[in-house]
Design a protein around this ligand. Sequence first.
Ligand SMILES: CC(C)(COP(=O)(O)OP(=O)(O)OC[C@H]1O[C@@H](n2cnc3c(N)ncnc32)[C@H](O)[C@@H]1OP(=O)(O)O)[C@@H](O)C(=O)NCCC(=O)NCCS
Length: 230
Amino acid sequence: MTSYNTAGTVSAPLDLVRGEHESVTINGARRVAPKPKVTLTSLTVNNVGTLRKINNVVFPIVYSERFYSEVLEPSLDDVNKLVYYADIPVGACCCRIETGAKQDPPTLLILTLAVLAPYRSQGLGSALVRHALRSALHPTAPPAPTPPATGTATRAQLTQAPPRKVINRAIVHVQVGNNEAKHFYERLGFKENKILDNYYTSTRMEPRAAWMLVCDDIAAALGEEGANGA
Ligand SMILES: CC(C)(COP(=O)(O)OP(=O)(O)OC[C@H]1O[C@@H](n2cnc3c(N)ncnc32)[C@H](O)[C@@H]1OP(=O)(O)O)[C@@H](O)C(=O)NCCC(=O)NCCS
């Protein structure tokens, strides 16, 4: 049975292992603060400005308009998400699907992953990546296109994109020297594949080399059965 998702909707609150109840002191008495509500939201034209702000704060480079229009692709609606912490947007993960070289299986390429510094170490980054991996492995039908409020849409603009193929491989590039980020991805099932010298073209990214980290079996990384047809 085909399952449908709805563009721009907010997920049910996530149950994170980390960032659990906090012990706080209120009027001299120790209380346990409730777990903060953490949700994932699809990217839309209305919140892409928020995504841009988060990326501008976290990364030393400015991503192009083309980048932002590509990550809004309806076919990636289930993959690319903003994370809200107590209803505040604090992070995001943006990916694209690579079908390039014939010998390579279709691959989820993680382009950006950012969590604002005060909200780190609570499992939000891992939740964003795991969500993207799960969505790649279990694609849902993309949302139906929304007709423009003004003007006339072409038939192509109103044609619903076909469901994606199952993707069981993911790649991410991490700047050489960012050991914390490398370990973060290794914990999630990625392995160092090679070093790409001069991967970054911006002078703001020194060193320019990147580790290419590959997760060859998303199903296994997520602890699911039937990994790579096994
Ligand atoms: C990488 C990042 C998204 C992780 O987000 P997060 O919400 O803290 O992730 P989690 O809570 O799931 O995991 C935290 C772990 O990530 C690791 N980590 C990765 N990068 C880190 C960083 N720059 N600062 C601190 N910890 C980092 C640490 O090992 C940390 O473990 P700890 O909590 O025991 O210290 C976040 O640190 C970030 O936005 N970094 C800057 C951008 C970046 O480097 N992106 C990755 C390349 S695209």
